[in-house]
Design a protein around this ligand. Structure first.
Ligand SMILES: [Zn+2]
Length: 280
């Protein structure tokens, strides 16, 4: 079996050293600046249907173009939902390899993560087996802890040297992450609160954080929302000094409600708001 390919800039130790991939040591100058400013990650497509926004990246070439553009706009890492030839979501090894190789060529040194959300395959055992067959590895992978098989999947990925973003929707997911022993071993804890209003979501965040705080974990936290909550939670993350994310996965519009031109415009606006909140 050939050794899986990984990003040339980062060693296995970097990925596993609790957030060090964005905070310290190796990497490009733009990544070292993350020491001062919490990570802004670009979430460039999500599960949106191809064509749902004119600039939604779907093909490896689209994703490569946007990778370069969002890094120029201020993103320090990128999260992508890999697509197959039909434009639908995929975690098939060939699709993962094609997308990662294209994005890395376009944005060398930038950490790229992919989604493993349950709905892509719809079967925990099959998902686990497919991830085990990846030949080109992402730098990090989001794993949703409300999903069947999450802890085993996270363990498999860590054993392959891939960082884990723990996707947490509610206190039960936070509990599953803590009880599974992952709250102190993942790259970041991603707070993705649900709720009808921003206030509801922030209550949900408080419930998740009560569980995390009780565990004593010091892993960096990323806070983000979607749709109407996308921009308020970017602002909230900026106020708290948390990592956050921005892009067409979470919103198609700018804070004033106008349709965004593309991922780069959303990321640039998020970077501007984070800088403003930090008094930069
Ligand atoms: Zn996603």
């Amino acid at each position: 079996m050939t050794e899986p390919q990984r990003s040339p800039t980062w060693s296995r130790r970097d990925f596993l050293a609790t957030g060090a991939a964005v905070i310290g040591g190796a990497g490009t100058a733009s990544q070292r600046r993350q020491t001062a400013t919490p990570l802004l990650k670009a979430a460039i497509n999500g599960s949106r249907q191809a064509g749902s926004h004119p600039a939604l990246p779907v093909t490896p070439e689209d994703c490569a173009r946007d990778a370069a553009a969002v890094v120029r706009a201020g993103a320090g890492a990128i999260h992508v939902h890999v697509r197959g030839a039909d434009g639908g979501q995929s975690i098939a090894p060939t699709d993962v390899a094609r997308t990662l190789q294209a994005m890395r060529a376009a944005a060398p040194g930038t950490l790229v993560g992919i989604s493993t959300t349950f709905q892509i395959v719809g079967d925990a055992a099959r998902r686990h087996a497919i991830v085990g067959e990846w030949t080109v590895l992402p730098d990090f992978t989001s794993v949703n802890f409300n999903e069947e098989g999450a802890v085993a999947l996270a363990e498999l990925l860590i054993s392959r040297g891939v960082g884990i973003e723990a996707g947490l929707f509610d206190a039960a997911a936070a509990r599953a992450c803590v009880d599974g022993g992952l709250a102190t071993r993942c790259l970041r804890l991603m707070l993705e609160p649900r709720g009808a209003t921003v206030q509801d979501r922030l209550r949900n965040v408080a419930e998740m954080e009560a569980v995390l705080d009780a565990s004593g974990t010091r892993i960096p936290r990323l806070l983000h929302g979607s749709a109407d909550a996308a921009w308020p939670l970017i602002d909230e993350a900026a106020r708290r000094g948390y990592q956050t994310r921005a892009g067409l996965e979470d919103t198609l519009v700018l804070p004033d409600g106008t349709t965004a031109r593309d991922n780069a415009q959303i990321v640039a606006e998020a970077a501007r708001r984070i800088a403003a909140a930090r008094g930069a």
